[in-house]
Design a protein around this ligand. Sequence first.
Ligand SMILES: [Zn+2]
Length: 363
Amino acid sequence: MRRIHFNICFWFFLARISFVEADSLDLERALGQAVSGENEKFQEAQAIFEALQKQGPPSPEAFYLIGFACMRLHLPAKAEAFLRRAKEQKFTGFEGWTSVDVLLRRVEQVSKLSPPLLDPKFNGPIAVYASGITEWNKPVLTAIPDFIKVGHNIFGDALPSLHFYLFSDRPTYVQFYSAMFESEISTWWQDGTGSMNIATYCERDKDGRISRRVGDPETVGSVLHELGHAWCSSYLMNYHNQNYHRICPPWLDEGLAEYVASLWDRNYLTRRQRWLRQKVKNSSLPSFEELQNSTNFFGAEADLRYWLSACLVDRLLGSDARLIPKVLDALAEKRNGDSAIRAVTQKDPATKYKELVDFLLKK
Ligand SMILES: [Zn+2]
């Protein structure tokens, strides 16, 4: 997936708050700080807002902030009511922040472009939105119960709930993506993404052709890969109040998503290893440092770095999927992917990467 960058010019809004009651003021200050681009503590923001509500009707600024946080959490339906309350009270947004009107337009766009929830009586860890059953999405939809099993095997009762949007036409997907994430799809080969509370996939590529072969295990695995991103980033926000994409290096982010996909299909990694052994005959392999840098990682020939990361994470975690939440717990504490892996597995990622490269180069 691509990283969603978030730049806001944030400033303290306290001067504009009419509340005089100290506790409320403290809470509103804390809410502003939690939502700011510097912190992005959206889970904490929700708890603060609940505490504020107990003290009386929140200010329009507070409604805006919690609506803003919900948009960043990719929960537009939840954001809408808060943003409307801010608008009703004539609040338009802070200078340098996305305005109330723009956020509400995004909510409206997402609602218009979203495929319907497949099962209206839905009550489970993956809410699937799709425009009916297509030849392409049928094998994916059939695999959803298995995906949920994979998720439970990794996270147990801490499995985060997700909204999963499947698109059958590209223009709708592109517009939906822009409204949901407030950014454009940055890489031409990207057919899906996974982030806090959300995973998406489009069955058509940028040229309108079927993106991946119908029913192929690679296709179904690619979808599970995006759910892997979504579970990891949601877990880190739900339980540690941190933005995964800010602290996880690309090799670990993509490697974990690949590892999740391999739990559904063990041959997933065998195919990558076979491909890499062929590839090394004609290409030089990147250094471990090169896998740490996002700009480099997602550039030309990204497959090579994705699949090296897949095999590396497999070597580091072995067969114990329950290590994933432990790695995420350590990542939240150390804010460094290499240190997190070392703390949980007692293995050094750079050393293991060298072993992987030596293995691939061996005749
Ligand atoms: Zn990915």
